[in-house]
Design a protein. Structure first.
Length: 74
């Protein structure tokens, strides 16, 4: 079951409604391909959003970096 539904508007645009779910059995073969591609795109956008949100974090410093810091090397 897809966690969204693609709604066709009268003016020819398509809107994604994430509050509705779409069962696989309700789709034709062509619609299944369209929904699968849209699902991939939404997953990619979500990953990009998470990566962008975590971009400002500093990387974890390991044991060797801490040891070098204690010795005054870094």
């Amino acid at each position: 079951m897809f966690g969204f539904r693609i709604i066709n508007t009268p003016d020819g645009n398509q809107v994604i409604d994430t509050t509705l779910k779409t069962p696989y059995s309700a789709l034709t073969a062509v619609q299944m391909v369209e929904y699968t591609e849209m699902d991939k795109q939404m997953a990619l956008m979500e990953r990009m959003k998470r990566r962008e949100a975590g971009h400002g974090r500093k990387p974890a410093k390991g044991f060797l970096h801490k040891l070098a810091s204690l010795c005054g090397i870094v």
